[in-house]
Design a protein around this ligand. Structure first.
Ligand SMILES: *Cc1c(COP(=O)(O)O)cnc(C)c1O
Length: 373
């Protein structure tokens, strides 16, 4: 654990691979030991080894929490049981009746949570599409701005530094969901955000085998508040899942770089493909949305795919295709969805690390089959 902190001069790829190495001085284990013990003996009354009970602190979880904090250039990191529990943990910071401004085009589960909070009278959520709209809506009564960039699934980028300036001016916190780009491509805290959240189920874990979330704070003060809230509410990541996340993070730089390379190749093909109406790509990362010529083609296109898997989620080594209308964004009312461009002819692609040419070929043959029907 110490070594990682001392090695700030290392490049990111190096730091990632070294997560957890030298974390156990007693045995020299290169792979972080999984500490399953939920409770820890006290040497004597009033003394502690630093570990008392696993909800409060666990040695395996601490390794990944320190790594997450460092990766996002933050002060404190928290590893929790899912992306949604990461978002829920952050909203523990605010009192009832708080006002929030939220980017409109975002993960359907976040919308569903904010809608549920609104319905039970916890807070007021107002949605914005652009930073001009944010600037008009923000005021001294705003507690926090929550945004996802690039937006999901329409891939518009929002300027985090500018949003941070607006939030600071009005004493509001800026919370950024950094799931899509990961700290390899975007570091919101460095751009002025106060809190970053992740669905670590996606790129950070990277293998479609782990449900996890992360929260990273820019300040110790916010970190202390969240540590209290997490110990109180308890959705911590289990020791085994913490180890899986460590294992995933070791290859994050490698994966994200290859996924982006593949995505760029795919985008060049998609943009000149006559059977695709529109391509949405923010020029970085490996998330692409496409609109087919007609929504009627969607069922046959999906069943014709041989390599891409039709499944929700994203960011793993396997390429996936998602239909937001019935999957990730089904909880956003149809009229609302369509009003900002999330129409039922849109598909979202998460590009993995397969050979790019195989991915292109798969899309091409599926498009041809669905068009011929
Ligand atoms: C998946 C996702 C979430 C929710 O994370 P879970 O790990 O599924 O709970 C939140 N935000 C974004 C952008 C996501 O893609």
């Amino acid at each position: 654990m110490k070594k990682i902190n001392e090695a700030l001069q290392w490049q990111e790829a190096t730091k990632l691979v070294q997560i957890g190495n030298h974390s156990d001085d007693q045995t020299g284990a290169v792979s972080t030991p999984i500490y399953l013990s939920t409770t820890y003996a006290h040497p004597e009354l009033g003394k502690s080894t630093g570990y008392d009970y696993t909800r409060t602190a666990n040695p395996t979880r601490q390794v990944v929490e320190q790594a997450l904090a460092q990766l996002e250039n933050g002060r404190c990191g928290f590893a929790v049981s899912s992306g949604m529990s990461a978002i829920q943990l952050v909203f523990e910071l605010f009192p009832c009746g708080s006002r929030f401004l939220v980017s409109r085009d975002l993960y359907g589960g976040s919308y569903r949570y904010f809608d549920a909070l609104t319905k039970k009278g916890f807070g007021y959520f107002t949605y914005f599409d652009t930073l001009d709209e944010l600037e008009k809506a923000i005021g001294s009564e705003t507690s926090a701005v929550f945004l996802e960039t690039p937006t999901n699934p329409l891939m518009n980028e929002l300027d985090i530094a500018k949003a941070a300036q607006l939030a600071k001016k009005h004493d509001a916190l800026l919370i950024v969901d950094n799931t899509f780009l990961t700290p390899i491509l975007q570091k919101p805290l460095t751009l002025g955000a106060d809190i970053v959240v992740h669905s670590a189920t996606k790129f950070l874990g990277g293998h479609n085998d782990l449900l996890a979330g992360a929260v990273i704070t820019a300040s110790d003060e916010l970190g202390e508040k969240l540590a209290f809230a997490l110990n109180t509410t308890g959705a911590v990541l289990s020791p085994f899942d913490s180890w899986l996340l460590i294992r995933g993070l070791k290859t994050l730089a490698l994966r994200v770089t290859q996924q982006e390379k593949n995505a760029r190749k795919l985008v060049s093909y998609l943009k000149q493909e006559a059977l695709i109406k529109e391509v949405f790509y923010p020029e970085r990362g490996s998330m692409i949305s496409i609109k087919l010529i007609s929504a009627d083609q969607i069922p046959s296109f999906l069943s014709a795919l041989e390599l891409f898997t039709f499944a929700e989620s994203l960011g793993g080594v396997e390429s996936l295709v998602t239909y937001p209308t019935t999957q990730t964004h089904a909880d956003i009312p149809k009229d609302l969805r369509e009003s900002y461009g999330l129409t039922d002819d849109l598909l979202r692609l998460s590009i993995g690390i397969e050979a790019a040419d195989d991915l292109i070929e798969d899309i091409q043959q599926a498009l041809e089959k669905s068009a011929a029907r």
